[in-house]
Write a protein that binds this ligand. Structure first.
Ligand code: ADP
Length: 173
């Protein structure tokens, strides 16, 4: 009887869905750490690659999506997607109430604050939540990974294993 009651309560509960948007060009261990913490907090996290027409990407959107999919295969409540247009509209379409972003240093703060205030001006029902990575991942950025890779450095400590393999195969021949 008690068991049935618990299931009813769980089924009656509205799922807390968070969107984790970004370029992920490529996904790094810092991104993955934010995603893993998000997956512990929320019922579902959708990690969504933004298609930005103004930015010419290093990897294609399909490559980024499939690398993310492999890297987070161990997270059962994470979905991987790509989207175009305003993040806030995409979040509403997906029934999300939270936008998840990562914060590294003070240098991220100003940009992230502006972004989150723009988003809440557009739709105040969707809140931005910031997570901070483990100190060892704090300095990692996709742009430094690209720079190190293209100059023959070892990217093993910055990106998940599958990403390292793929990038090295593609760019270091
Ligand atoms: P964008 O192009 O939108 O900044 P990114 O792919 O660079 O997308 O980053 C997505 C999110 O992850 C941003 O909120 C960014 O601050 C955060 N992020 C990136 N690298 C790290 C890291 N090493 N630790 C914590 N958060 C990070």
């Amino acid at each position: 009887m008690a068991f049935l009651c618990i299931i009813e309560v769980l089924e009656g509960k509205i799922m807390k869905i968070a969107i984790y948007p970004g370029s992920f060009d490529p996904i790094t261990k810092g991104h993955l750490d934010v995603l893993e913490t998000g997956a512990e907090i929320f019922d579902k996290v959708i990690i969504a690659v933004a298609k930005n027409s103004a930015k010419h990407g290093f990897l294609t959107i399909d490559e980024r999506v499939s690398l993310i999919r492999e890297a987070c295969a161990h997270l059962s409540n994470v979905e991987v997607d790509a989207f175009e247009g305003l993040t806030i509209n995409y979040a509403k379409e997906k029934g999300a109430t939270v936008l998840l972003r990562g914060l590294r240093a003070v240098s991220d703060f100003e940009y992230e604050m502006q972004l989150s205030q723009n988003n809440s001006a557009l739709n105040n029902n969707i809140k931005t939540i910031f997570l901070i990575t483990k100190p060892e991942y704090n300095f990692i950025s996709s742009s430094s990974v690209r720079e190190i890779l293209l100059n023959g450095g070892d990217i093993a400590q910055f990106v998940p294993e599958n990403v390292k393999k793929y990038l090295e195969q593609k760019f270091t021949n």
